[in-house]
Write a protein that binds this ligand. Structure first.
Ligand code: APR
Length: 327
């Protein structure tokens, strides 16, 4: 008999709640939603309340998934996958990098607990600034790098494809594309590898229109923050669940994620000989990141990639200043 996957979501806020809902709707496994008590309102138990509300969708949506809410890390024991969305989201005018001072400490604390209570899990970090937070997770858990991933590329590519589909007036399902690099405004677009069912996008749209879609994807998160006053959650959660599904169903999907790279894409060369986590195409399966797929970049793409790596490097330097123990 096959055991159901157990998926824990740390941080039961906007992204965490939507992740839990998608996991249940797709019946990817049972869910534990974990958060911290509200200091000002100790009578509340938000993760339990959210779990109960979600569980009651089951009879309507026809899913079988156990959804529980907890303040206690003991409840994540035996998790196959842990999603980390704990931390503060952006406010208008803030960049992802502005969150580091608060989120680095939160992610460190979460990582210590994952190490203790779910030592065999595959961890997907969503908290920002993404590339540095994945690094903290990896350092603090000491997990092998293939079990520590960051969600960024799945979302960035989804935004890129959405804007292209709007521009082209075709279905989003028929756009293929890829973005690499850090989850910042300097992510690396690859219009050369973008197509509509194999037809190069450059045959269908003028260069300036493609570039406009690239630029909009780069700041797509900020566009939502400006409109809503807080970070996006539907698309970030969709990107995360795309990764979870590939892992839980051992699909070997090729999805851009923040993964540990050394030689790949010249990362160590651009980072003083050391590896780091940055967005690259990964084969996702039951073991986590089973392979990083590399290909030859042209000079311009490599230049953009180096800039992005250098930005991630600076962000890690800021993070290790705050948390010298993860240096
Ligand atoms: N442990 C567990 N959960 C925590 C902790 C902690 N130490 N600190 C904060 N949280 C919880 C909060 O209580 C909150 O419920 O994390 C949750 C975050 O949810 P939201 O505030 O709704 O933020 P969300 O939009 O989900 O974004 C979460 O993901 O994409 C990133 O930039 C985004 O860093 C942000 C994170």
């Amino acid at each position: 008999m096959m055991r159901r996957a157990k998926i824990s979501v740390i941080g039961a806020g906007n992204i965490g709640g939507e992740c839990a809902r998608s996991i249940a709707m797709k019946e990817l496994g049972d869910v534990v939603l974990l958060d911290i008590p509200n200091k000002d309102k100790p009578e509340l138990h938000m993760p339990k309340g959210k779990a109960l509300d979600l569980a009651c969708c089951g009879p309507v949506e026809n899913f079988d998934a156990k959804i529980t809410g907890s303040f206690d890390y003991k409840d994540i024991e035996g998790s196959d996958v842990v999603i980390v969305t704990a931390g503060v989201p952006r406010k208008p005018g803030q960049s992802r990098d502005d969150l580091v001072a608060i989120n680095a400490g939160i992610v460190k604390n979460v990582a210590q607990n994952i190490k203790q209570y779910a030592p065999n899990a595959i961890v997907i970090v969503v908290s920002n600034p993404l590339d540095a937070m994945v690094y903290v997770m990896w350092k603090v858990t000491g997990f092998p790098a293939h079990r520590v991933l960051g969600q960024a590329g799945a979302l960035d590519v989804a935004r890129y494809k959405t804007f292209l589909a709007m521009e082209l007036g075709v279905s989003v399902e028929d756009i293929q594309g890829l973005l690499l690099g850090g989850h910042g405004d300097d992510m690396v677009p690859l219009p050369r590898l973008t197509s509509v069912n194999g037809i190069p996008v450059s045959d269908l749209l003028p260069a300036d229109k493609i570039q406009a879609c690239v630029e909009r994807a780069k700041v797509g998160g900020g566009e939502v923050v400006k409109l809503m006053g807080t970070s996006a959650w539907y698309a970030p959660s969709a990107g995360t669940i795309e990764m979870v599904e590939a892992i839980v169903r051992d699909k070997k999907r090729v999805i851009p994620c923040a993964a540990f790279c050394e030689k790949e894409f010249g990362v160590a060369n651009a980072n003083g000989g050391k590896g780091l986590f940055v967005g690259v195409p990964c084969v996702l399966g039951a073991k986590g990141c089973e392979k990083v797929i590399t290909f030859k970049m042209n000079d311009e793409e490599q230049k953009f990639m180096n800039e992005s790596i250098s930005h991630v490097k600076d962000l890690i330097a800021v993070t290790t200043k705050l948390l010298p123990e993860v240096a």
